[in-house]
Design a protein. Sequence first.
Length: 215
Amino acid sequence: MSKRGGTIILFSFVVVFGGYLFVTRAILWRNPAPLFNHDPARCTIRLVDATPRHIPPVLILNDFETQEDLNAWFVRGHETHRVAMELSARHVTHGRHCLKIEWRAQRWTELVSVHFPRRWQAYGRLCLDVYNPGPGALRMEFRIGDYFDTQNFHPVSSRFIATKTIGPGRFTVVFKSGELQNKIALESPKKIIHLRIIDPGRIAYVDALRLESPR
């Protein structure tokens, strides 16, 4: 190989390698986060959980504003086809939308979510706004677990269960942290929320699932 040919090859290598470094640096400058962080659970906790350095007075777990908020809940049980969920602009208490639930299931069926901030130890109560259009009262069951195995089964010793009777109109469901911590670890990152309307053939509007009153 001639001296001139070697010089051309060396020059080409320098140009290509320099271009690679320039592009890589530009990508990292625009997106300094790790390029291969594919753990959504850890991302959720890091980005939205209250930390000792930043504890807002109210921490929204889900305010049912977007399709993503709606998709954070799924129906599980024997009659999933008999439960309908959609965003609604009626009976809103926070933002512009709430969640409308039409419940026709008669056999065991429930709504389930694991997509929310899960470290609750900094707060004094868990709240949810519910509107019951009637007629008459309806019963809602709430279950919260902080441990689940591969079958999502909660041992009785590590789950919180409560039933609320909600009359016609607006009602705020409140669970104080003292009630919750007797059954679940408020700091656990493995929480799962279950919601069920016990009475079939009912409609309910729910909004602003949140934590309030920092300790």
